[in-house]
Design a protein around this ligand. Structure first.
Ligand code: 6OD
Length: 469
């Protein structure tokens, strides 16, 4: 039974809900569900801890971040087990990406915060400088696709900037957050600095509308992001949102085709396509279009299917497979449900799928699917490729495959996306701004941008009586 973590203590109160193993559909754990009283208790605990935590010198808070990173290292295997149980992720990915990024997130933000200078401006006998202070209590709403990676991505900068937090993981993936609560307790983190409550979207709603929550950071769907915005509008709370995507991949004739195919297989199918950065729209220069489609479809058949997170999400992805057919697509591979002849047949799998032949106006090409699927279309010129890529309401990420340095810079700078990867995909430097344009989000996190979001400046201006030197 998983319990909330409030004020440094496990808190088990209220109703419970089941978590299912996406690989088999079996119930694997029961979790306490936060009701209004639990949410209020968590926010109060965070508020009570806020003053002392904010007053602590940043170097000391950075020390806590390093201790939490060490705690994650010490519980590495438990975190891997918990993350896989909830998500059905492959072991290799969990060991090399999800949990190591938790360690990297805490270490990176410890360094970035400890070394950050304040701003100072000097002009004709007037000295202005800024001091930054934390926002207070931050609500951290975490999605189910990269639960540990994204929880720590938000926690580390929020905490090191001097905020206390209440985290609400997805109802599908509470496991790694529950282990993290134990890590905080074992490290002796001051009670109330990190609080974790479990529940559905209704618990998240109670959290963000709580008057003592000062800011909200959220990664998830555009629909939920806009609902949060409406909720917090009355109290003008700052929000940082990384939302949906309908990411384009542009493949030019001058690319290294082997590399482009390898990279595209990763960018479409990693995590069963359940990463907001995954490519769902591919545009390939006409002379290599047929070969690219044939090779991508053949490689898709070798991809080990991964489960969708839930029965409902699987239904959604399958509904887009049907939609593709009804909108007139040619299905190059996949389009259905794999059959294993073992307990996985009761799980939430779908086939890796590649389709072609749809118009840019089809719903399939406009709406985020969030599964192991892409549409491939040809283009005839660089200008057309850019227009096609930009012809989406979303603007999170794009990939670009070319061996021309000039083209890489020229095209990358014209793409309406917060992130452009050239001849690679999802390669991260944690100091860089990360986030999306248009319906893909508000604001950027990463490096100093994270610290800026999780704090606000006071500008202090002094009139100097001495003449300038
Ligand atoms: O890698 C990251 O820092 C990050 N924010 C990834 C987001 C993935 C969304 O599905």
């Amino acid at each position: 039974m998983l319990t909330h973590f409030i004020g440094g203590e496990p808190v088990g109160a209220g109703k419970t809900f089941p978590v299912h193993d996406p690989v088999t559909g079996a119930v694997i754990s029961q979790v306490h569900e936060a009701d209004p009283e639990v949410v209020d208790r968590a926010v109060r605990a965070a508020r009570e801890a806020a003053r002392d935590w904010a007053a602590m010198p940043v170097g000391e808070r950075a020390g806590w971040m390093r201790r939490l990173a060490a705690g994650i290292e010490a519980r590495f295997d438990d975190l891997v087990t918990a993350e896989i149980a909830d998500t059905g992720k492959p072991l290799d990915q969990t060991r090399t990406l999800d949990i190591p990024r938790g360690i990297a997130n805490f270490r990176a933000f410890a360094e970035i915060a400890a070394q950050r200078p304040d701003d100072a401006f000097h002009l004709s006998g007037v000295l202005s400088y800024t001091v930054r202070r934390p926002l207070g209590v931050v609500a951290v709403i975490v999605p189910w696709n990269l639960p540990f990676l994204l929880m720590t991505w938000k926690l580390a900068p929020a905490l090191v900037a001097g905020n206390t937090v209440v985290v609400k993981p997805s109802e599908h993936t509470p496991g790694s957050a529950a282990v993290f609560a134990e890590i905080c307790a074992d490290a002796g983190l001051p009670p109330g600095v990190v609080n974790i409550i479990f529940g559905y979207g209704s618990a998240g709603q109670l959290l963000v509308e709580h008057p003592w929550v000062d800011a909200v950071t959220f990664t998830g769907s555009t629909k939920t992001g806009s609902a949060i915005m409406r909720t917090v509008a009355d109290r003008v709370k700052p929000v940082s949102f990384e939302l949906g995507g309908k990411n384009a991949g542009l493949v030019f004739e001058d690319c290294d085709l082997d590399r482009a195919i390898d990279g595209t297989v990763k960018s479409v199918f990693t995590n069963g396509g359940q990463v907001c950065l995954c490519t769902e729209r591919l545009y390939v220069e006409r002379p290599i279009f047929e070969e690219f489609c044939a090779r991508l479809a053949s490689r898709a058949q070798e991809v080990e299917p991964q489960p969708m997170i839930s029965k409902e999400h699987r239904e959604k992805v399958l509904s887009y497979y049907s939609l593709a057919r009804s909108e007139g697509a040619k299905v190059l591979t996949g389009g259905g449900v794999p059959s294993f002849g073992d307990p996985r047949d009761s799980g939430y799998f779908v086939e890796p799928t590649v389709v072609t032949g749809l118009s840019e106006w089809s719903r399939f090409n406009r709406e985020e699917i969030f599964g192991p699927v892409c549409h491939v279309a040809p283009f005839d010129s660089e200008a057309e490729a850019i227009d096609l890529a930009n012809g989406s309401e979303y603007g999170l990420a794009a990939t670009l495959w070319t061996t021309s340095l000039d083209r890489a810079h020229r095209v990358a700078q014209r793409l309406e996306a917060g992130l452009v990867w050239v001849n690679t995909w999802y390669l991260r430097d944690l100091r860089t701004p990360f986030g999306g344009m248009k319906l893909s989000g508000i604001g950027r996190e990463g490096g100093i941008q994270s610290l800026d979001f999780y704090s606000e400046p006071t500008t202090i201006t002094i009139k100097l009586e001495q003449p300038d030197v």
